[in-house]
Ligand binder design. Structure first.
Ligand code: SF4
Ligand code: SF4
Ligand code: SF4
Ligand code: SF4
Length: 287
């Protein structure tokens, strides 16, 4: 997968036609072969743009900061990223008319060791669901009625008794240092005042205790329930290398099975399971 030339050409054309103020893409890290996000404002710099299977980050996260707010933005989205963009549009966080979206029919990205990422192996929506132009060949996957692929880690955990599962989660997540890099790197965590930020915490008093940290992560994951698109931006940002997908994929599988037979962000205008509370909702999965 290499769309470097196409993306450079698109960005150059958008600047030349005066259609954008900034282009959000990827560039090669100056230190090694890995890539980092880049915000291009000078048309002379479009040659820095790249797109390969190392373009791992979800650039939609950059639509929530001051560098792009109220600007006309070009950006690149893979399938998972585009679902978070769809949710940001639905939640009125960005204006569609301010965006030029280059969608990718994604073949998967790799980690720093060159291994295909787990979310890519499991991916159910590889093609961008929002775009002004699409690069690559659509997979033809049916995003609405295609069969759900249960995450292998969640399937393994589902076999454990509830008490063992709870103990496992507490043990894994006790290594959280409450840095909040996960929430800051999630495009769907855009609240100006976040209830789990250490500095502003009203629920947890900023307490850096195991139970406080675990409680904060559980709360965070519930705020993403029915919204998380499995881009793993949060996991890539976590300095403790915690498997945050366990929280999100657990929620996703419960929601998919009980409330919403499609994945988050695939339906434009759909606000997700938490907005559709009904007294008839099943609750037998609650401990
Ligand atoms: S999860 Fe899917 S869309 Fe996202 S990077 Fe992996 S293969 Fe591409
Ligand atoms: S919680 Fe993590 S995996 Fe889910 S959308 Fe946010 S950054 Fe992506
Ligand atoms: S964790 Fe909740 S309150 Fe904090 S930014 Fe995310 S959605 Fe908002
Ligand atoms: S990024 Fe990792 S260590 Fe930091 S708050 Fe999130 S889970 Fe905890």
């Amino acid at each position: 997968m290499n769309y470097t030339k196409e993306i450079q050409d698109i960005a150059a054309k958008l600047f030349a036609e005066g259609k954008i103020d900034v282009f959000v893409g990827y560039r090669v890290n100056g230190f090694d072969d890995n890539q980092v996000p880049v915000l291009i404002t000078d048309p002379q710099d479009v040659s820095k743009l790249v797109f390969t299977d190392k373009s791992v980050f979800n650039l939609v996260n950059y639509l929530k900061n001051d560098h792009t707010r109220r600007k006309r933005v070009g950006l690149v989205v893979k399938g998972c990223d585009s679902r978070s963009l769809n949710l940001m549009l639905t939640e009125s966080q960005v204006k569609r008319e301010n965006l030029y979206v280059v969608g990718i029919c994604c073949e998967g990205v790799v980690d720093e060791a060159g291994q295909k990422m787990q979310n890519c192996t499991d991916c159910m929506v590889p093609d961008a669901v929002v775009s002004d132009e699409l690069l690559g060949t659509p997979s033809g996957s049916d995003t609405l009625s295609g069969s759900y692929k249960m995450n292998a880690d969640i399937a393994m955990l589902a076999e454990k008794p509830l008490t063992e599962r709870a103990a496992y989660f507490e043990e894994v997540f006790e290594n959280c240092i409450r840095c909040n890099a996960c929430r800051h790197s999630c495009p769907l965590c855009y609240c100006a005042k976040c209830c789990i930020d250490q500095e502003t915490a009203t629920l947890y008093n900023g307490a850096n205790t195991t139970s406080g940290a675990f409680h904060a992560l559980m709360t965070w994951s519930l705020h993403l329930a029915g919204r998380c698109v499995d881009c793993r931006n949060c996991e890539k940002a976590c300095p403790s290398h915690l498997p945050l997908h366990l929280l999100h994929k657990q929620n996703e599988s419960v929601i998919y099975e009980n409330f919403q037979e499609h994945l988050a962000g695939v339906v434009t205008g759909d606000r997700g399971a938490f907005y559709k509370y009904s007294l008839k909702d099943p609750d037998d999965f609650i401990m």
